[in-house]
Ligand binder design. Sequence first.
Ligand code: ADP
Ligand code: MG
Length: 291
Amino acid sequence: MTPELMDEGARRLARHGGASQPGHTASGGRAADFGRLVVPGEVDVAHGRILYLEDVSVSFDGFKAINKLSLDIAPGELRCIIGPNGAGKTTMMDIITGKTRPDEGRVFFGSTIDLLRYREAEIAQLGIGRKFQKPTVFEQLTVFENLELALKTHKGVGHSMLFRLDSAQSDRLAEVIETIQLAGSVSRSAGNLSHGQKQWLEIGMLLMQDPRLLLLDEPVAGMTDEETARTAELFLALKGRHSLMVVEHDMGFIRAISETVTVLCDGAVLAQGTLDEVQADERVIEVYLGR
Ligand SMILES: Nc1ncnc2c1ncn2[C@@H]1O[C@H](COP(=O)(O)OP(=O)(O)O)[C@@H](O)[C@H]1O
Ligand SMILES: [Mg+2]
């Protein structure tokens, strides 16, 4: 660790009133007595990584779904993950989000937050948003109400009638509606939206929480070509402000958005590079053609 980093660490400790905050200890948090206080927005990316997995493994009934997987993602990066069915892509997201506990390995959010110490709901609060494959919007509520609810749920006020959006929250809501291109549909019931619009709404609900990292599992499955193209634009607009990990099978979509592509196979990284590089890799061709 460089002196500059140590100074920065000391400043952070001072700002947060000592070593009792998760992830801000002299030992990097590992040996410390962690409280359960979650501080969203405090992610240390001084080492250039927003997400870091090292030698992660998990078995289901003796079958190694994830096998010594190591991978990291830079702040603001849009990382694409491809790989055959059963490669472990969804299981990797389950591990990052606390849904599945790995048998071994390390999973860090920034350089100091050990995600294996947190439960699923706490990990969401820390700033990791996850989009599952199927849209899970509230069909009877309007687009606006869905977004408002996402904010309330995140703030832990539930259905409280006393909750009113403050001006920063109203601004955020307007900004998100613009980003997901649903400005013309704010008062429509979510149930009346197209499949693609429902997916965007759900992404919007995640964005209301302003996550540092967004995990998206097959986001364009079932979309029309036009919806897919608009989703590519949306993701390109989100990168930078957020870090994204996108699992997809649609290679046209991957081509439109990708920088670095990671190929997962048998629970580990098989290849990594630009889409052209990995598509030219003999081992990658083999796993795609061989199954
Ligand atoms: N909860 C589970 N119990 C048993 N096996 C599982 C479980 N979750 C995933 N698997 C197995 O782990 C492997 C990886 O699955 P998955 O992560 O869903 O792959 P992908 O998303 O890349 O298609 C598959 O063989 C799957 O059957
Ligand atoms: Mg999957």
